[in-house]
Design a binder for this molecule. Structure first.
Ligand code: MF3
Ligand code: CO
Length: 257
């Protein structure tokens, strides 16, 4: 396994890609409301991505047909947008988006509540978000990858949640998926040693119930096996010798590290 170290020039491009992706998320979140179809969300998202001069990286990736993964309630990730699936008040909607700017990728996901949501749902969203910040506390040069995985898992599991095991985070750069893989569940081996200049997409996927997932017949949409709610939170980060730099942080979001 070889993990690429980005040059100063590449880091500038990754920063630019990340800033744009944060804007895409902010703009799309403002439009999210009950009555929209998941396809409406995808179309809007794709337009916003293009308005910033970026390419939607998910579209046609291994045959994925859309620019935004829209995963509702018990859908974990990779929901395929359709015009039949309408968003309803009380839903939780995960939006996972990837952009390419001048050859460099950024990848980020957020879960939003639509209208009034249950307290169970609100807590799941907030704790999934916080699990990311628990994880990146040790995303510094000299630490090992397992510290990130173990911190995410320990935090999420302390609430009795199931941490998805079948999908993981990843390195990112000139490709959407680069080495290393970044599991969100407890690791026995310590994994790679982190170095300044690594760029990583860390993305806890957390179920209110058990961790087991299943694939729908469309071959993409991942759902919880027990039908429980699931939330997703992802940022692209840069490892440095000090605090990690979150490249896709959206407005008003403060890392509680
Ligand atoms: N954030 C997801 C990932 O890193 C999204 C990929 S969706 C795909 O794997 F369609 F592009 F596969
Ligand atoms: Co990702």
């Amino acid at each position: 396994m070889s993990v690429s170290i980005k040059s100063a020039r590449e880091i500038e491009l990754m920063r630019a890609a990340g800033k744009i992706l944060a804007k895409v998320h902010e703009n799309l979140e403002k439009e999210l409301r009950a009555g929209m179809s998941t396809l409406d969300i995808d179309r809007l998202g794709e337009d916003i991505i293009k308005s910033y001069g970026c390419i939607p990286s998910f579209k046609n990736y291994n045959g994925y047909p859309a620019s935004v993964c829209v995963s509702v309630n018990d859908e974990v990730v990779h929901g395929i947008p359709t015009k039949k699936r309408l968003i309803r008040e009380g839903d939780i909607v995960s939006l996972d988006i990837g952009v390419i700017y001048k050859g460099y990728h950024a990848d980020a996901a957020r879960t939003h509540g639509v209208g009034e949501i249950s307290q169970e749902a609100a807590l799941l969203i907030e704790r999934t978000r916080q699990s990311f910040f628990e994880g990146i506390r040790c995303a510094k040069e000299g630490h090992h990858l397992h510290e990130i995985s173990n911190a995410i898992a320990a935090y999420a599991e302390s609430f009795g949640y199931g941490v998805v095991r079948d999908l993981v985070g990843h390195g990112i750069g000139t490709h959407l998926h680069e080495d290393p893989q970044i599991p969100n569940f407890t690791q026995k081996s310590r994994g790679v040693r982190l170095k300044a200049g690594m760029t990583l997409a860390i993305e806890p996927m957390i179920n209110a119930g058990r961790f087991d997932v299943a694939w729908e017949n469309d071959d993409w949409t991942v759902v919880t096996q027990d039908g429980s709610l699931s939330a997703h939170y992802e940022n692209t980060i840069l490892v440095t010798s000090g605090e990690p730099e979150i490249l896709t942080l959206t407005e008003g979001e403060v890392g509680n590290t």
